[in-house]
Design a protein around this ligand. Structure first.
Ligand SMILES: Nc1nc2c(c(=O)[nH]1)N[C@H]1C(S)=C(S)[C@@H](COP(=O)(O)O)O[C@H]1N2
Ligand SMILES: [Mo]
Length: 438
């Protein structure tokens, strides 16, 4: 069985088009991908899965069964559980398999890591300062962490953090960069002060357009003075109650990998706006122009383009809110379950700046959907718990699919949405596999 699984991956790594033709009995043009599985392919696949595929008449062609979509690499990072998957080790980037994201509040040991450069070493909390300056402030201010804690009210919120490149691995043609699958997301609980109050204390003016961060990490090239990343958010986002300058995560000091001793947290926006190792905040009278604000970075075509197109920088727009998305965090993909017995499912759903309105699950490749029980978020910008119960009518291979809809009525797409040069914003539905036995 192991060799069969590896064989399929190797096939797809080599030449996905040829692999599709081999397994599905035809070429994978975008249209035929939405067609149905050919007879001979179905039999071959069923054999590889060790049984019949229930509802196979509804299984779209070109879909690699979730049973094969296992993660293959993992190694140990300090402070992390061994189950995290390392995508790159310099700079360090690691994601969390869906079944390790089951907690309502993501523990530090399970939160993904996304570094653009090298984290600072030897941090002295007592001498750390945060400077606030920029064209749209009346005076420059500098705060020690002790002063921040003493002079401003403390607030605690659960805020979801998702890398804009989460899901990148599914784009065709592929986008360069960390090949995130579904695990560049988490929802820890953050404690700090409101950015708004710091801006008010610095005399923010009506000229303010953007608020951006600078951190203490170093560029991967080692060149002194070269900045790995400096991004920002529109002033309206900076002024929201939930936008924090935080020193604590889950009731403890923020771990070094996640921005100790101070970080910005802008829940619902791309993770890249939540600056780690925060040293400086600039209040700009224009859209911020720091490294990774322009070109193709964290920007997508303003209007949809054909996959693989050249897009000029002038036609790219900055990502603001992340789109609606969901995960099945229990059970783990690949489960074995008895016929007719209820199976309890659960997970989380989130929708960037919006709330999630409903979550549906399907066991027949989207032919029919069942409404799940959806909890209210504990606060704005936190992910929401969903729960459902399903039964399987016959023996065989099944998939469970989950689909969330946001408060504006936008549904997650069933297939990878709008291609873009850097592979951002893939919010396609998550699925797990189940084998149903007597
Ligand atoms: N200073 C600094 N802040 C940063 C980054 C970075 O490389 N340097 N990476 C950003 C990106 S792209 C993401 S997705 C989040 C990841 O946060 P985490 O590593 O705590 O999960 O941090 C953001 N903040
Ligand atoms: Mo990111």
């Amino acid at each position: 069985m192991g060799t069969t699984f590896r064989g399929i991956w190797e096939l797809y790594d080599d030449d996905p088009e040829a692999a599709d033709a081999k397994i599905w009995g035809r070429r994978s043009e975008p249209i035929s991908r939405r067609g149905f599985l050919a007879g001979s392919g179905r039999a071959a696949l069923a054999a590889a899965l060790g049984g019949s595929i229930a509802f196979s008449e509804w299984m779209p062609g070109g879909v690699i069964p979730a049973a094969f979509a296992a993660t293959h690499k993992s190694f140990k990072i300090p402070g992390k559980e061994p189950g995290l998957v390392v995508l790159n080790d310099r700079p360090l980037n690691a994601e969390t398999p869906a079944h390790l994201l089951d907690d309502d509040v993501t523990p530090a040991s399970r939160l993904f890591v996304r570094n653009n450069g090298l984290p600072p070493e030897a941090i002295d909390v007592a001498s750390w300062t945060l400077r606030i300056e920029g064209e749209a402030t009346r005076e420059q201010k500098e705060f020690s962490i002790a002063r921040l804690k003493k002079e401003f009210r403390h607030h605690t919120y659960r805020l979801q953090l998702e890398c804009a490149g989460n899901g990148r691995s599914e784009f065709v043609p592929p986008a360069r960069g960390n090949q995130w699958t579904t695990g560049a997301v988490g929802c820890p609980e953050w404690t700090g002060v409101r950015l708004r109050e710091l801006l008010e204390a610095s005399g923010v003016t009506s000229e303010a357009v953007y608020v951006a961060y600078y951190g203490a990490d170093r560029h991967i090239s080692g060149e002194p003075g070269k900045i790995p990343i400096s991004r920002g958010v529109p002033i309206a986002k900076a002024l929201q109650d939930e936008t924090l300058v935080a020193w604590a995560m889950n009731g403890a000091d923020i771990p070094l990998l996640h921005g100790h001793p101070l970080r910005l947290v802008c829940g619902g926006f791309p993770g890249s706006t939540s600056g780690k190792w925060l040293r400086r905040i600039v209040v700009r009278d224009r859209v911020h122009d720091g490294p990774k604000m322009g070109g193709k970075s964290y920007r997508v075509p303003c209007r949809p383009v054909a996959p693989g197109s050249e897009v000029s920088d002038a036609d790219m727009c900055i990502i603001d809110s992340m789109p609606v998305k969901s995960l099945i965090t229990f059970p783990k993909s690949g489960l074995v379950h008895p016929i007719g017995e209820p199976l309890a499912l659960r997970g989380h759903a989130w929708a960037g700046e919006r709330a999630v309105a409903r979550v549906d699950v399907s066991t027949d490749y989207g032919k029919t959907w069942q409404r799940s029980k959806l909890a209210k978020p504990p606060n704005r910008l936190a992910w929401q718990r969903w729960q459902a119960e399903v039964r399987f009518p016959s023996q065989g291979y099944y998939e469970v699919w989950v689909r969330a809809t946001d408060s504006a009525g936008r549904e997650q797409p069933m297939i990878v949405p709008g291609w873009n040069p850097k592979g951002y914003l893939n919010n396609a539905t998550h699925r797990i596999s189940a084998r149903v036995m007597k």
